[in-house]
Design a protein around this ligand. Structure first.
Ligand SMILES: O=C(O)CCC(=O)C(=O)O
Length: 325
């Protein structure tokens, strides 16, 4: 028998979701990050924004070359599971890829942001082979900043054209509003019992190579099985307020985490120096995580309320052949 986790913080219930749907995240007012006000408006409203073409064909080709060389260095895989250079991040090939993303991707994304207020850090290659295991279940990424007053945004850049059939990104509009709780990095099955509700309300985001999807770090997201003929390839970067340290909660103990150690990066570390492993970042103390006790009906109600208050979320619903796994 497994012990019941002892949480030290009150649970997140349906009432939290419903109260948060109409509440704007303060970070979008506190930080002037994006050059185009439509980007901030969509991020604040829905939790994501799909840009027009940002990278040109030459930039896309150069980044594809980085991804292809990284992939060739990976141990052979016997399945079609999603692969990222983020984990493990300290291999030689991941460090080399990160350095190249810094040179090639970060300058390409600069036109999107106000340079004087915003830091863009290279993150990872997101490589999805074609095949039945390639879906990525909906999840949240670890929080990167204190989301009560700030926002962290992922810039996810398509390097191949993609429709639902090629493993496009899937996002749950509005989930960044009620989902801004302290989160550890995990793609465990926290949301498995919510999957039908998540997928009913999620939007598929088809894009062409060179387009960028900006999404709030709290957004519930995943990606579809790649039913195409070749790999679906993307790269990502992290956008945070300049001068603000990145803070990542790292789970304490085994099993379902109830607490996390908050680890803080050095905000003055130059971007061209590789970051040490998160376990070596400054220990900022222990924080309590909150159990998620809402069920599919609560999530369903929050999604319906969001759609009523903020209609027109970009993207289209999942089709009958689309799956995350
Ligand atoms: O590239 C994908 O398919 C998923 C990306 C993702 O989940 C992430 O960047 O956190």
């Amino acid at each position: 028998m497994t012990a019941t986790p002892q949480y030290a913080a009150p649970p997140i219930r349906t009432a939290h979701l419903l109260a948060r749907v109409p509440t704007r995240r303060r970070g979008y007012r506190n930080h002037r990050a994006f050059a185009d006000p439509a980007v901030t408006r969509d991020l604040a409203r829905h939790g994501y924004h799909v840009t027009d073409q940002i990278l040109d064909a030459e930039q896309v080709a150069a980044l594809l070359d980085v991804c292809t060389r990284w992939e060739a260095l990976q141990p052979p895989a016997g399945d079609s599971r999603f692969r990222t250079s983020y984990a493990p991040v300290h291999t030689q090939s991941a460090l080399a890829a990160r350095a190249e993303l810094l040179d090639l991707l970060v300058p390409g994304l600069r036109p999107l942001v106000h340079d004087d207020t915003t830091r863009i850090s290279p993150a990872a290659i997101q490589y999805k082979p074609a095949g039945p295991d390639s879906g990525l279940r909906s999840h949240q990424d670890a929080s990167l900043v204190d989301e009560r007053s700030a926002v962290g945004v992922v810039a996810w850049v398509a390097l191949t054209d993609m429709t639902a059939a090629d493993g496009a990104l899937l996002v749950l509009p509005g989930s960044h509003r009620y989902g801004a709780w302290a989160r550890v990095s995990t793609t465990t099955d926290d949301f498995e019992h919510l999957r039908p509700a998540i997928e009913r309300h999620s939007r598929v985001l088809p894009v062409r190579a060179g387009q960028v999807i900006l999404f709030d770090n709290a957004l519930i997201h995943g990606s579809l099985v790649n039913r195409g003929a070749g790999p679906r390839i993307a790269v990502s970067a992290i956008i945070t307020p300049d001068g603000m340290r990145v803070t990542i909660p790292v789970a304490v103990g085994d099993g379902v985490p109830t607490h996390a150690t908050l680890r803080g990066s050095d905000p003055h570390r130059p971007l061209d120096e590789p970051s040490p492993p998160v376990s070596e970042w400054e220990d900022l103390g222990t924080i309590a995580l909150r159990p998620l006790t809402f069920g599919p009906r609560g999530l369903d109600a929050a999604c319906r309320l969001h759609a009523r208050l903020y209609p027109g979320a970009p993207g289209h619903p999942m089709g009958p052949g689309d799956a995350t796994g």
